[in-house]
Design a protein around this ligand. Structure first.
Ligand code: SAM
Ligand code: CA
Length: 235
């Protein structure tokens, strides 16, 4: 029999069914009751899709554990799915600087965060994130003081956040960026993408290129949720 040339595996996650399979077999059964409550409380919000995808959240919890994260920064809280996930994962004396311009959304998740008994780890700051990061950098003690940062806010500012977070997160720490596939639009011709999505599609593509060229970090671009770029600061 002639040797059969193996066919390459098809690119994964090309169907909604496959995504549901991951959620139902590996993610939802392990999701904490409090996180599910935040998802449910957010479900009727007009921007419910803002919430971090549970599979990306599960990855993030694993990363937090792997680096023994204790002090973290979160840019983009919304109703608090990723924030609660972080608070549940870091130790009891851990601390999260959580920044958002929308306090109302945070207050939707806050009672659940309180019920989960982790509010004491959270310093929620109601402000544009760049101002807060710059303020933190005014104090030299904050340089390299954080173990982990999660960015899930205005995509046009990701590079600005990155420059500041590269000073705040320690060497060996992680900087994790969400929505780096921007609904798959990054791989589509611009003309085929709805006009309102084009600006952040462009910013997302530019961000990915810049991160790839940034040799101060090791990277992994993971097709989890809406795409996650994990950076490990190496210098
Ligand atoms: N990580 C959140 C979760 O798991 O539910 C979702 C975050 S949502 C996609 C993006 C958030 O970024 C919104 O709540 C929005 O108010 C916030 N945001 C947008 N621009 C911002 C800025 N310049 N500074 C701080 N927060 C900002
Ligand atoms: Ca997101």
């Amino acid at each position: 029999m002639a040797n059969r040339v193996p066919e390459p595996n098809p690119v994964v996650l090309q169907s909604d069914q496959l995504y549901q399979y991951i959620l139902e077999t590996s993610v939802y059964p392990r999701e904490s009751q409090h996180l599910k409550e935040i998802r449910d409380a957010t479900a009727t919000h007009p921007a419910a899709f803002f919430g971090t995808a549970p599979d990306a959240g599960q990855l993030m919890a694993m990363l937090l554990k792997l680096v023994n994260a204790k002090k973290t920064i979160e840019v983009g809280v919304f109703t608090g799915y990723s924030l609660l996930l972080t608070a549940l994962t870091i130790p009891d004396d851990g601390q999260i600087v959580a920044i958002d311009i929308n306090r109302e959304a945070y207050e939707i998740g806050l009672p659940i965060i309180q019920k989960a008994g982790v509010e004491h780890k959270i310093d929620f700051i109601h402000s544009p994130a760049l101002l807060v990061l710059d303020k933190l950098l005014e104090d030299k003690e904050n340089e390299g003081a954080f173990d982990f940062a999660f960015v899930d806010a205005d995509k046009g500012n990701y590079l600005n956040y990155h420059e500041r977070l590269m000073k705040l997160v320690k060497v060996g720490g992680l900087l994790v960026y969400d929505n780096t596939l921007w609904g798959g639009t990054v791989a589509k011709p611009e003309e085929s993408v709805p006009v309102y999505k084009r600006q952040w599609r462009k910013a997302t593509i530019e961000f990915s290129k810049s991160i790839t060229a940034d040799h101060r970090v090791e990277i992994s671009h993971v097709p989890s949720g809406d795409g996650v770029i994990i950076c490990r600061r190496i210098c």
